[in-house]
Write a protein that binds this ligand. Sequence first.
Ligand code: SF4
Ligand code: SF4
Length: 98
Amino acid sequence: MSVVVKVEEKLFQNRYKVDSGRPHISIIDEDKCRNHCEAQACTVCCPAACWTAEANGQVTVISDGCLECGTCRIICDEHSNVAWEYPRGGYGILFKFG
Ligand code: SF4
Ligand code: SF4
């Protein structure tokens, strides 16, 4: 008999080490998000919910908990507005605990 495990439960098994003050993902031009990107797709594609659309149209990203999947960078291809790099060694996502 197979056991069904929800995505949320799988994500809970991961651990994340924050590199304080050194986010590895950032927005290059916030005005581009606010005024020139209607879809703001980054705010709905991220499996870790790092991206948020504010009521005033501003978009924010908090890279704590990022799974390093790269989706936000690819989905922003039209605007090339995501500065993305891997966290420094020893920081970031640690997959599959438990
Ligand atoms: S997809 Fe790119 S340009 Fe659009 S809101 Fe997200 S980061 Fe900004
Ligand atoms: S790389 Fe993936 S998990 Fe990390 S912020 Fe982008 S979409 Fe989210």
